[in-house]
Design a protein around this ligand. Structure first.
Ligand code: ATP
Length: 323
């Protein structure tokens, strides 16, 4: 009887394939010619992100690799794509497929229509009230908790990689960090191989292992705990509207964080519980940082402010992140 298909099999074009890595990868292989590549949305470290069309609107990351003959580099890319395709969560960008045939390498994801937290906080100067801040943090923690449960370290969690779409958080760019580093380093100018706006997300153990001309992330001790440190920085941005160590030169930030110093919170108008989250996430020792499950627990317990709505005091309709 051939009608029974075991869990370990995949059906493609009516054939039954054993679930081998190379074969199941085909499901995610998008022929480059099928993509309609539109205008560029932005420049990242490893190439350009374009708006595009493939069975609907998509975001296409065109990967520019310097050494396309290098099998190791390609294997790295394939591995990272295979990590990406394991993810299915509301708060993570939808991975749709990838073009895997050199020299046309691309990653195709759903197109986020909202703005990034970076745009909200640093460009538009939108203010997030405490309820909103907590809701955003809870959704980030849910997405990150899922990634960690799948054994995936984000390695590049930052406000630029978090979209807000009608109140829903969508995290992007997870697991692709090594590829970015394999592409001849950064295309943007920076000291010590450090892209601008990246440093304040790096945990002390990573700061301490940074070397001049760092080209591979293999040597950097990224971990679930370093993702939690980065989350702490996003929590700070939401609360303060700016990055920690604002205006300080990279060397000064590296020195302070490497020594275990933290951004002072004296001027931060927030309750003890809210500041405690920062201190926990920014703990010097990775083992002292909470995981996302514990963070969700802590966030759930934060007191929720009830919005007082009275006809004589209508809600102020200023430009805010709620719009
Ligand atoms: P880095 O490479 O240092 O992480 P980055 O985050 O700016 O920098 P990318 O992640 O490559 O670089 O993104 C480049 C631009 O494309 C950003 O402006 C980002 O907001 C946008 N972008 C990325 N993914 C999507 C997406 N799925 N939908 C819409 N816009 C996206």
């Amino acid at each position: 009887q051939d009608s029974q298909v075991s869990d370990s099999d995949t059906i493609t074009d009516g054939h039954r394939w054993p679930r081998q890595n190379s074969l199941s990868m085909r499901e995610w292989d998008i022929p480059y010619d099928e993509l309609k590549i539109g205008e560029p949305i932005g420049m990242g470290r490893f190439g350009t992100v374009h708006r595009g069309y493939w069975h609907g609107d998509v975001a296409i990351k065109l990967i520019e690799m310097d050494d396309l003959d290098d099998e190791k580099t390609l294997d790295h890319f394939r591995n990272e794509v295979s990590t990406f395709r394991k993810t299915r969560h509301e708060n993570l960008v939808l991975f749709m497929g990838a073009c895997m045939k050199p020299p046309k390498l691309a990653v195709v994801t759903s197109l986020s229509k909202g703005m990034t937290l970076y745009t909200h906080i640093h460009l538009r100067k939108d203010k997030f009230n405490m309820n909103r801040t907590t809701m955003v943090a809870q959704q980030i923690s849910q997405g990150m908790g899922y990634l960690h449960a799948k054994g995936i370290v984000h390695k590049d969690l930052k406000s630029k990689n978090i979209f807000l779409e009608n109140g829903k958080v969508v995290i992007t760019d997870f697991g692709l960090f090594s590829v970015t580093k394999l592409c001849g380093g950064n295309k943007k100018s920076e000291a010590l191989g450090i892209p601008p706006g990246w440093l304040c997300y790096l945990s002390p153990e990573i700061m301490r292992s940074l070397k001049a001309h760092q080209s591979y992330d293999d040597e950097l001790p990224f971990s679930n705990a370093s993702d939690v440190y980065a989350f702490g920085t996003v929590w700070y941005e939401l609360l303060c509207g700016e990055w920690p160590f604002k205006g300080q030169p990279p060397e000064a930030i590296i020195w302070q964080v490497g020594k275990g110093m933290k951004q002072p919170l004296a001027n931060l108008q927030a309750s003890r519980d809210v500041k405690d989250i920062l201190m926990l996430c920014w703990s010097y020792r990775p083992g002292d940082r909470p995981d996302f499950i514990r963070l969700l627990n802590i966030l759930d317990k934060l007191p929720k402010k009830r919005l007082a709505r009275s006809p004589s005091h209508p809600i102020h309709l200023s430009r805010s992140a709620e719009s």
